[in-house]
Design a protein around this ligand. Structure first.
Ligand code: SF4
Length: 468
C-alpha cells in the first residue's frame, strides 16, 4: 500500500501550519455534516436500515467463501472473466498483463480506493499506459500530483480558488472565470476526448452481487458510465468484502451510502453491470475482467478487526472526526485516512509501520455514531493500542504512564488520594491567573494551549456534594 509518509506528528505540524488547508477542510466538512444530519432526520427508517445493513454484512462475512464462489460462477456465466489476487502485487500484475495483452496505451479510470490501495497508478506508469482520471476530484489531484486526502472527496484539501489556479496552469483551454460551473466546464473540455478514445477502462465497484454475478458503481458525475462504455475492455478491481447476497440486499446499502457520504437521498448515477456487451447491444465493452482482491481481508475475518470489513467507504467517520477535520487526510500518511484508515492501515500494513495511527484519535465516539454500518471504530482503536502495548511498541514514557494509570485505577483509595492531590496541585499552578500555561510532564498539551483552572475538588467530591 502506498504511503505518503510514516511521520504522523511531523505531518500534523505541517498541516496545522497551512491556513488554506484549514479553510478547505472547514468548508467541506461543515457542509457535509449539516447535509447528512438533515437527510438522516428526514429518513425515519434510518435506525432500522442501519441495523439491517449490519446484519446483511455480518451474514455475508460469515459465509463469504460461499458467496464468492457463487459470484464467480455467475459472473463467468454472464461472460466476464474473474481473477483472484491475494496481494496488491498480484492485482497489479493481473491489470498490467491485461493492458499489455490488449496493446493498451491509454486507460481511463473511475475513482476507486482499492485502486489506490494496490498502487494501480504506479503500475500503469511502469507498464507505459497513460492513466486518465475521470472523476473531477481525481482529475484535480492528478494534475496537482497529490494523493487523495479523503475516500469520497479526494481533493478535499484544495479550495476552489486553488483549483482555478491549477486549471489555468494545466488545461489547454481554461475558463476565463473562477466560479465552480466554469471550472467543471473546463475539466469537461479537457477530459471529453480522452473518455472517447481510451483503450481500456478501469473502475472499482461499490457492491458485488453474488446471485447475479453483477456489480454496482455509484457516482455523482456520471463518469463511471462514460468511462466504462466506449473502451473495448473494462477491468474492475474490487475488494472481496464488497459482496452482498442479492440486489435486494444491495438496495439497503444504496439507501444508506449516499446519505452518509454526501447527505443526499441517493447518488446521481447508480449503474448495474452484468458482463460484456451481448450480440445486438449497441455499446459497452467486449471484455470485462473482474479482479477480486484479498490483501489481508481474509486475515481480518478471524480477528477482532472483522467488523471493519462491513465498511462501505462512505467517509462519514472522517467528516465527523475532530482530528481529521483539523489536519486533513495527508497527515495520516496512508491511503485510507481518518478513523477507518487508522484501523484499516494497521490491518493491511502491520502495526509496526503505522503505530501512530491508532493513537491519532480522541476516542470521542462520533465516528461510530455516524457510521451507517455501526462499525465500533473507537473500540477497535482501543484494542489496537492494547495490542501495541502488549507487543512492547509503546514508547517508554507512554508505557510507564499506562502502568501508573493501571495501578491507580485498580486501587480506589489510592486513586482518590492521587486525583485529590493533582486537583490541589493544578489549582496552585493556576492561582491568580485562572489558567495553567505549563504542567510538568504535559508539555505536549500546554505548549500550544492553556489549561483552564480546575474546579475545587475532584469529580467524585463534587458529585457527592451535589447529590446531597
Ligand atoms: S467506517 Fe463507517 S463511517 Fe467510516 S467510511 Fe466505513 S462505513 Fe463509512
Amino acid at each position: 500500500m502506498k504511503q505518503t509518509s510514516h511521520r504522523f506528528s511531523q505531518n500534523v505540524t505541517r498541516a496545522l501550519a497551512e491556513p488554506t488547508l484549514k479553510l478547505a477542510l472547514d468548508r467541506t466538512t461543515t457542509l457535509l455534516r449539516s447535509r447528512r444530519a438533515r437527510v438522516i432526520a428526514d429518513f425515519p427508517q434510518y435506525a432500522q436500515a442501519r441495523e439491517t445493513a449490519q446484519k446483511i454484512k455480518d451474514h455475508t462475512l460469515d459465509n463469504l467463501g460461499h458467496y464468492l464462489r457463487q459470484f464467480e460462477q455467475n459472473a463467468i456465466a454472464s461472460g466476464a472473466q474473474v481473477h483472484w489476487a491475494a496481494t496488491p502485487a498480484e492485482a497489479r500484475k493481473i491489470v498490467t498483463d491485461i493492458c499489455t495483452a490488449e496493446g493498451a496505451k491509454t486507460a481511463t479510470r473511475v475513482k476507486s480506493m482499492l485502486g489506490e490501495e494496490i498502487g494501480i497508478g504506479e503500475a500503469l506508469a511502469e507498464a507505459g499506459v497513460e492513466r486518465i482520471e475521470t472523476d473531477l476530484a481525481e482529475h484535480i489531484i492528478q494534475l496537482a500530483g497529490d494523493p487523495p486526502s479523503h475516500i469520497v472527496m479526494p481533493a478535499m484539501h484544495k479550495t476552489h480558488e486553488q483549483v482555478a489556479e491549477l486549471f489555468a496552469d494545466k488545461h489547454a483551454q481554461p475558463s476565463a472565470t473562477q466560479d465552480v460551473p466554469a471550472l467543471v466546464e473546463s475539466a469537461r473540455r479537457e477530459l471529453r476526448p480522452k473518455f472517447l478514445n481510451a483503450d481500456i477502462s478501469i473502475s472499482g465497484a461499490n457492491f458485488l452481487i453474488a446471485d447475479t454475478g453483477s456489480f454496482i458503481t455509484v457516482t455523482n458525475e456520471g463518469n463511471a458510465e462514460l468511462t466504462t462504455t466506449p473502451p473495448r475492455t473494462h477491468i474492475v478491481t474490487v475488494g472481496i468484502e464488497k459482496m452482498v447476497p442479492s440486489l435486494k440486499h444491495a438496495a439497503v446499502f444504496l439507501r444508506l451510502l449516499s446519505r452518509a457520504a454526501i447527505g443526499t437521498e441517493i447518488t446521481q448515477y447508480t449503474t448495474f453491470y452484468n458482463g460484456p456487451k451481448r450480440a445486438g447491444d449497441r455499446d459497452g465493452p467486449e471484455r470485462v475482467h473482474i479482479v477480486l482482491v484479498d490483501n489481508h481481508r481474509s486475515d481480518m475475518l478471524s480477528d477482532f478487526l472483522r467488523p471493519m470489513l462491513r465498511c462501505i467507504r462512505c467517509g462519514a467517520c472522517m467528516n465527523h472526526c475532530p482530528v481529521y477535520s483539523a489536519v486533513g487526510g495527508h497527515a495520516y500518511g496512508a491511503v485510507y485516512p481518518g478513523p477507518m484508515g487508522s484501523v484499516l492501515t494497521p490491518a493491511m500494513t502491520g502495526l509496526k509501520g503505522s503505530k501512530d495511527l491508532p493513537n491519532a484519535c480522541t476516542l470521542n465516539g462520533r465516528c461510530k455514531e455516524v457510521c451507517p454500518v455501526n462499525i465500533p471504530l473507537p473500540d477497535m482503536l482501543r484494542s489496537l493500542r492494547a495490542r501495541q502495548f502488549d507487543a512492547g511498541m509503546a514508547s517508554p514514557r507512554t508505557a510507564w504512564s499506562l502502568r501508573l494509570w493501571a495501578m491507580l485505577a485498580t486501587r480506589p483509595a489510592l486513586y482518590r488520594l492521587a486525583t485529590g492531590a493533582a486537583n490541589i496541585g493544578l489549582r496552585v499552578l493556576a492561582r491568580g491567573r485562572g489558567k495553567i500555561s505549563a504542567v510538568p510532564l504535559a508539555g505536549g498539551w500546554t505548549r500550544t494551549r492553556d489549561l483552564p483552572q480546575p474546579e475545587a475538588g475532584t469529580f467524585m467530591q463534587q458529585y457527592k456534594k451535589k447529590r446531597h
